[in-house]
Design a protein around this ligand. Structure first.
Ligand code: TXA
Ligand code: MG
Length: 318
């Protein structure tokens, strides 16, 4: 199959392809998503095939408005409603009890379902014109680095999907926060730019955070988000020490450091939001170079950086 590149004026073409049960990679504010019509079982199956994704990893359903929640979920608590009203549209995925008639393929047979209203105008327009929910995992091959630009999508999915929308770089740059609202105490299952603190201040109660790796939740697997080259998370001192011995290495850092001509340096912004926006794109850029290793300066040990640390730990060599 030849993967088409859709331009800004071709939103209706994206909708037509989805109506025909094809897969289209679309921009969202977090990362690019691999979209399929959530009501088309065969289209949903195609996602698992194109991504090489195991069937036991459930998908997020993207809807265009809070009011559509009742098409997919039941027993939505007041707390869950509060979060949805406060953070949607935006980078928060809420796990809720699913309605009985929802395909087991979407939810991997669980009795819960992940729902998000994204903020990106193109994604919202496509969902609205399709008139159905859209399932959209990150548009990358299973366990690889998520895409924040169309070119990143083509790297692992070219020839496997009908089209990719030629949109701008994702403004947030890492996947949505996932919160499970089906338990007595809400629990964050995946860190993202919507933090524990932000959620607690809306709910006015304490919530839990991920402790164990849960293989059912693909973003929660030990090995994920992996670039082509082995990645090591190190202190600045360790990096400077290695720079005396090693050659052909890429260094991702945000502090000032002494440079070595054998290394390629990627200076990251100190601002956390800007760091997040650029992280995956930097990892994709490094994949295109001839380096043999990636050394990443360990980000600040503060809760604000939880999402970045989580992704880097999962991307790193254990
Ligand atoms: O920002 C995002 O969330 C992006 C954009 C495209 O919206 N999507 C994304 O999808 O990151 P994906 O499939 O790469 O990650 C979805 C995560 C997986 O870790 C999956 O296991 C989890 O959501 N998930 C889905 N349904 C779930 C459920 N019922 N219970 C627990 N986790 C669930
Ligand atoms: Mg993913």
């Amino acid at each position: 199959m030849q993967t088409k590149i859709l331009k800004a004026y071709q939103i209706n073409k994206a909708v037509d392809l989805l109506k025909k049960g094809e897969l289209v990679a679309l921009p969202t504010e977090t990362v690019y998503g691999l979209a399929a019509d959530a009501y088309n079982e065969i289209a949903v199956q195609k996602i698992f095939i194109a991504k090489g994704r195991p069937l036991n990893h459930p998908l997020i359903v993207h809807i265009d408005a809070y009011e559509k929640l009742e098409d997919w979920t039941k027993d939505v608590s007041i707390h869950a409603q509060k979060l949805a009203e406060h953070f949607w549209p935006g980078p928060l995925t809420i796990i809720l009890k699913k309605k009985n008639d929802i395909s087991d393929l979407i939810t991997a047979g669980l009795n819960t379902i992940a729902i998000r209203v994204p903020q990106h105008p193109i994604m919202l327009e496509v969902i609205n014109k399709l008139g159905n929910g859209i399932v959209a995992p990150s548009a990358n091959f299973h366990q690889k680095t998520s895409p924040t630009k169309p070119i990143h999508v083509l790297k692992t999915l070219d020839g496997k999907i009908a089209a990719v929308f030629d949109g701008e770089m994702s403004s947030i740059g890492i996947e949505s926060t996932i919160i499970d609202m089906t338990k007595d105490i809400p629990a964050i299952l995946r860190y993202g730019v919507i933090t524990k603190k932000m959620i607690e201040s809306v709910l006015k109660l304490e919530i839990e955070c991920p402790i164990n790796h849960n293989e059912k939740i693909s973003g929660n697997m030990k090995d994920h988000y992996q670039p082509e080259k082995p990645l090591f998370l190190l202190s600045l001192d360790q990096i400077e020490m290695l720079s005396k011995e090693e050659v052909n290495v890429a260094v991702i850092h945000y502090s000032k450091l002494s440079r070595n001509d054998n290394f390629i340096y990627y200076q990251m912004p100190q601002d956390k939001a800007q760091y997040a926006q650029n992280l995956y794109s930097t990892l994709h850029d490094i994949d295109n170079t001839g380096v043999e290793k990636i050394l990443v300066e360990r980000p600040p040990n503060s809760t604000e950086w939880n999402d970045i640390i989580d992704r880097l730990v999962k991307a790193s060599v254990k």
